[in-house]
Design a protein around this ligand. Structure first.
Ligand code: SF4
Length: 221
């Protein structure tokens, strides 16, 4: 069990799966470089979160921006949307006086990616909800703004194990305060931190040292 001050950001999982170094730059070294992709993603999230926090449509209740956490995994964050569908086979929610099937839905800018970082992030949300509500969640959905389509994600054993192992690895790196060295790959072109990471130049340096050195050079001019 982790204490609250050891919790890592759930939203960091997508950074970690995309690139360990990107995650470390953001979450260990506190570097940030918002490019178009991340800014646009924030706008989309704001649109979702500015809707009323609860909506009711017949048997369906939609909850927006629900805080979630798991002491077992040591993560906390927020679910974009949770759909509660009234169903005899669901779990009892005393505050709603009925049984509901719980389904997390995560909103993403763009289209489905080759890597499964979005599915892993959604799985982590579901693991938190399972911990909080003592229930099993069998699937969730990823909605993509560019295709305006949502994809079902089955929470099978392989995805569960992969997600738990990734979170363990995040805690391990965080504890060591270790930023992996840069490896230039095709994905670097789409990276929101490429201007800070500078994969070729700072192969053996931390980004914070690079930024300090660059600022010092600027001050000398
Ligand atoms: S530029 Fe490449 S190596 Fe650097 S953080 Fe981004 S994806 Fe990772």
């Amino acid at each position: 069990m982790y204490s609250e001050d050891e919790y890592l950001w759930l939203s960091g999982i997508q950074h970690f799966v995309f690139c360990r170094r990107q995650w470390a730059l953001i979450h260990i070294e506190q570097q940030w470089d918002e490019n178009y992709r991340t800014v646009d993603g924030h706008i989309m999230h704001e649109k979702v979160h500015h809707l009323l926090n609860h909506e009711k449509r017949g048997k369906l209740i939609i909850v927006h921006a629900m805080p979630v956490s798991s002491p077992k995994l040591g993560i906390s964050g927020e679910c974009d949307t949770i759909e509660l569908i009234k169903d005899e086979n669901g779990i009892a929610l005393p505050s709603l006086n009925d049984k509901y099937i719980i389904t997390p839905v995560e909103y993403k800018r763009g289209k489905p990616k080759e890597e499964d970082c979005d599915a892993v992030q959604l799985m982590a949300q579901a693991l938190c909800l399972e911990d909080m509500l003592c229930c099993d969640i069998l699937f969730g959905f990823l909605y993509y703004g560019e295709t305006r389509h949502r994809i079902k994600v089955d929470f099978n054993n392989a995805l569960r194990t992969k997600t738990e192992n990734i979170i363990k690895e995040m805690h391990d790196l965080y504890k060591k305060q270790y930023t992996p060295i840069a490896k230039k790959r095709k994905k670097c072109n789409a990276c929101s931190l490429k201007n800070i990471c500078l994969p070729i130049i700072c192969r053996s340096k931390t980004a914070s040292n690079y930024v300090k050195e660059t600022l010092a050079l600027g001050a000398e001019k």
